[in-house]
Design a protein around this ligand. Structure first.
Ligand code: GLP
Length: 243
């Protein structure tokens, strides 16, 4: 794993936004895997600013988000789809048909997960997936468990993960859905390149375990040790337990 430590969340966002912009310029039809959460907000802000300033062209880019809550429509506040609309999709010239998202309202969940896997494969696979990390070491919504699902699947969320998402539901963890759909571990690990971003001291434990600990299903992010092209981008606080 390549490790990069930045003096602030802002510097991290600037560096990654500029790397993503460079990748889009080199490969205008690239396939991006995208995260939600507090952590990537600064990244999306920088990408939008850079797009306005430099006229970055997203018209051929394709995206697949990592996960979505079960039971929420794309328009419902709190859904990851509405988060992405607010922070990125509404501000760049991504074509609607190029935006891949799991449907939290799908009646047939298994068919929806299959559809997502097939759509990713049809796009030629993910070139670059950007990940956050949960305080419990989850990536996407692959929660710690005795066994991990390899492909896109339905998942029951841990209380800690629901608490971590309360921000999108008026601060009330009880309003956070109990289930989500998530890309699986193999879906993520099949991406040609992985960048994991983490900021704040609340992530320091999980980050240290991911880098220094053994590979374990109890810390799903530790499986990134198996991937040949991973960059971990941290601010000083998230790197606090590595020193
Ligand atoms: C959420 C998402 C993850 C995200 C993580 C960290 O629950 N499912 O994809 O990386 O938790 O979120 P945050 O950046 O808000 O700490």
């Amino acid at each position: 794993m390549k490790l990069e430590i930045y003096e602030s969340e802002h510097h991290l966002a600037l560096a990654l936004a500029s790397a993503v912009a460079g990748a889009i310029r080199r490969q205008p039809d690239m396939v991006l895997g995208l995260p939600t959460g507090r952590t990537p907000i600064a990244l999306y802000g920088e990408l939008v600013r850079l797009t306005c300033r430099e006229g970055l062209d997203w018209s051929r880019v394709r995206t697949f988000n990592l996960d979505e809550f079960v039971g929420l429509s794309a328009e419902t506040p709190g859904s990851y789809r509405s988060f992405m609309h607010q922070h990125l999709f509404a501000h760049v010239n991504l074509a609607g048909r190029h935006i891949g998202f799991l449907d939290g309202l799908a009646a047939d969940v298994e068919a929806e997960c299959d559809r997502y896997e097939r759509a990713i494969a049809a796009a030629g696979g993910i070139d670059l997936v950007i990940l956050g990390i949960g305080a419990n070491g989850h990536i996407g919504f692959n929660e710690p468990a005795p066994a991990l699902a390899s492909r896109t699947h339905r998942v029951a969320l841990e209380d800690e993960s629901r608490a971590g998402n309360a921000l999108w539901f008026g601060g009330d963890a009880a309003r956070v859905p109990r289930e989500a759909l998530s890309m699986g571990m193999a879906t993520i690990l099949n991406a040609r390149e992985v960048v994991l971003i983490a900021t704040g001291e609340g992530k320091a434990d999980a980050v240290a375990a991911m880098i220094r600990g053994g590979i374990t299903t109890e810390l799903p992010a530790s499986f990134l040790q198996l991937h040949p092209h991973v960059t971990v981008m941290l601010d000083e606080a998230a790197a606090g337990d590595l020193r």
